[in-house]
Design a binder for this molecule. Structure first.
Ligand SMILES: Cc1ncc(COP(=O)(O)O)c(C=O)c1O
Length: 396
């Protein structure tokens, strides 16, 4: 075995301990993958197609008013774990209304969609479980798979036949199929009816991350399970975030009552995490009630997405055909994508910019949120700016 000098025997200054971080930053810079934070002023005049505020509710008085009221009544934080002091009547109300809205038996809210995904994946599996996970799943699902200590089969993207084959070959006692409902970067929908059939044929459960479907898909925005006729199925579980269509912050697991009970008693990101802040719970409830009263909002977001995509394609760009409210536009490379997004911002339009490793296929893209509250004039402005700033090589 090669002899290596123990770190404490080397003559390192304390600061040298992190020299490797500078080298790593340099490598990222050379690959065009530097990421920087930009602070956003409250009154940013830029037209925002970069956020996940799909229904434009984040500033709606029904949402901000409910948040303020909840904070005044219940305080700035929830004071502890949900199992100790952190469950307020507001949490219970939110869980009941969320479950009814999505057509499932029960819901459990978490401090984020990320922790909801970690909870579902770790609590519903064990070392004798096979998880079959779509190759393009969100990072929080991937991390949940890693934490689960189960065997994970990474199935090719959107391929129910491959999922069925992996399930058929399994030797494990249990199995779980896991997928995003709408894939975050390209905005395409999972083939849920076929995935459900494959899972059911092989005695597996189905877990669907509906972060980008809640509020946009299904009747009145009831989500992807409702759209696929799978809401309320005894072998199907969904996770959602409250931070996109609902204009708040937090997450939830939705499904059969016994699943929710199991998570309440065993999921580490539920037990050892402070409960969702009252203001966030109040905001989500406010948004949910608004959606129930105004169900046309979901269809409008889908319509904006279709219009935006069609006009970008007509302008000669390569834009995805949206299944929900996300439209992605192909860029020739990571540096070109960053420059394109910066040029859009200079012209008054904020767009998302996705590059490897956030995109599994290595293709850099602009990502546009087709907010349901965009006017026809704003859609036209967005298309004009994106086309005018397009780099060479962006045309289809
Ligand atoms: C598909 C998907 N799942 C989960 C999450 C995590 O949700 P949260 O931001 O509430 O932690 C996100 C994004 O934020 C997402 O896009």
């Amino acid at each position: 075995m090669a002899h290596r000098t123990a770190p404490e025997q080397q003559t390192l200054t304390p600061a040298a301990v992190f020299d490797w971080l500078d080298e790593a930053a340099e490598l990222r810079a050379r690959a065009g993958l530097t990421r920087t934070l930009r602070s956003r002023p409250a009154d940013d005049p830029v037209l925002d197609l970069a956020s996940n505020d799909y229904l434009g509710l984040v500033h709606h008085p029904a949402v901000t008013g409910a948040a303020a009221e909840a904070a005044l009544r219940w305080g700035g934080g929830s004071t502890g774990s949900r199992l100790v002091t952190g469950t307020t009547a507001l949490h219970t109300e939110l869980e009941e209304e969320l479950a009814a809205f999505c057509g499932v038996e029960a819901a459990l809210v978490f401090s984020s969609g990320y922790t909801a995904n970690l909870a579902a994946l770790t609590a519903l599996t064990d070392p004798d479980t096979l998880i079959v996970s779509d190759a393009n799943n969100h990072a929080s699902l991937i991390d949940g798979c890693r934490l689960s200590r189960s065997d994970v089969h990474r199935a090719p993207h959107s391929d129910p036949a491959a999922v069925a084959a992996a399930l058929a070959a399994r030797t494990h006692r249990r199995a779980l199929v896991v997928t995003d409902s709408v894939f975050s970067v390209d905005g395409n929908a999972a083939r849920l009816p076929e995935l459900s059939a494959a899972a059911r044929a092989h005695g597996a459960a189905l877990l669907v991350d509906d972060a980008h479907g809640l509020g946009v898909l299904g009747p009145g925005g009831a989500g992807a399970l409702a759209a696929a006729g799978l809401a309320g199925q005894p072998d199907t579980v969904a996770t959602v975030t409250l931070s996109k269509s609902l204009g708040s912050q937090g997450g939830a697991v939705l499904g059969p009552r016994r699943v929710v009970r199991h998570l309440t008693e065993t999921a580490r990101t539920f037990i050892f995490d402070t409960g969702l802040a009252p203001a966030a719970a109040g905001a989500a409830l406010g948004a949910l009630r608004l959606l129930r009263a105004e169900p046309h909002r979901a269809e409008r977001a889908r319509e904006v997405a279709r219009t935006l995509s069609a006009r970008l394609v007509a302008a000669g760009l390569v834009a995805s055909a949206p299944d929900a409210a996300v439209v992605s536009v192909r860029a020739p490379g990571p540096e070109a994508a960053v420059a394109w997004a910066a040029d859009c911002r200079t012209a008054g339009l904020a767009v998302g910019c996705f590059r490897p490793p956030s995109v599994p296929d290595g293709v850099s893209r602009l990502r546009l949120t087709a907010r349901g509250d965009l006017t026809d004039r704003q859609i036209a402005d967005a298309v004009r700016i994106i086309s005018a700033t397009a780099p060479a090589g962006a045309a289809g």
